[in-house]
Write a protein that binds this ligand. Sequence first.
Ligand code: HEM
Length: 133
Amino acid sequence: MVVPANTTAMVNMWAITHDPEVWEDPLVFKPERFLKTEGGIDVDVRGLDLRLAPFGAGRRVCPGKNLGLVTVSLWVAKLVHHFKWIQDTVNPIDLTEVLKLSCEMKNPLSVLAIPKTGVQLTRGQGLIKFNVM
Ligand code: HEM
């Protein structure tokens, strides 16, 4: 096979992460598969193990991966801690996927976030900010 010069090659990570030869029951939501303590496997997500490479790999790997790894868990923890999350019955959760450049939700996730006591909401520039008092 000849790959012409200047070709942009895209790695189909979706296919790897949904391959039953790579992941057991790939379509089942099983986060414990990543926890060694729960019988799962310890995958290095920083680009060394191509079974799961959310930050890419190789020379163009994400330079912000370490910042991402520590900050994403912090803001998710803050959202879980400071809000009560309730299903939006008008727009129920729909896990249908659509494969574009990356795999996205076909219908955006819609939930109701109820601030717990001690959380002050302010609105500005189309964003809702929350301060913990
Ligand atoms: C959880 C958070 C993040 C995820 C999942 C993520 C994911 C990615 C992915 C998949 C790529 C493409 C890598 C490739 O082409 O192989 C990338 C590139 C990049 N990311 Fe991130 N990233 C995150 C956070 C960040 C942060 C916090 C920064 C900066 C502070 C950052 C800066 C960049 C830059 C500059 C590139 C382009 C690198 C290049 O093309 O040479 N990313 N990221």
